[in-house]
Design a protein around this ligand. Sequence first.
Ligand SMILES: [Zn+2]
Length: 202
Amino acid sequence: MIAHGHRVQPVYIASDLVWQAAELAALRGLLAAMQTAALAPLVVLKLPLEDIYQDHWSLTGAEIPGAESPDEAVYLPGRNALLLIKAALWCHRRGIERVALGVLGTSPFADAKSAFFDHFQAAINLATGARIEFLRPLARATKQDVMRLGRTMPLERTFSCLAPHVGLHCGVCNKCTERRRAFQVAEIPDRTVYQSDPVSAG
Ligand SMILES: [Zn+2]
């Protein structure tokens, strides 16, 4: 977005999920490494979900989807609506009219599709009188495409683990497996420090 001439306000939605501390630390490191006049300081908005998610693995850390689990296993109920509602309202109150979310074209979930964004955008604008536009700059991209797009950035500082251990990527969850594979397929050296390696079949 910065490369396309936008001023960018990063927003993090803090829902106290098990990876939050590691993810937030990684995000702060990534933003520090990317520092430029067009990048505003991070805003953290609270949206605790323990009363809704209760015994969900994203809160308990138990039975985290592993390496062999399908993409569908990592569904978080209402995820994109939850991310967007606070970000959109925060932006609306400050006169920011574009809200970008990095959902991928390969996401299998209904709340990652155009119909959801069109309807949710219309509902928020109807409710508030805002003219918010949801942007999905990665909507046609695969994970590998994103890696290639960001190959000049410090990709090892990005974060995508469901079960981090002392701040490190676990190396064996669904998202770590996807991450490792994307680095391999994109032929980009993976400088991520993983807590452990997957058990080798041979
Ligand atoms: Zn992991």
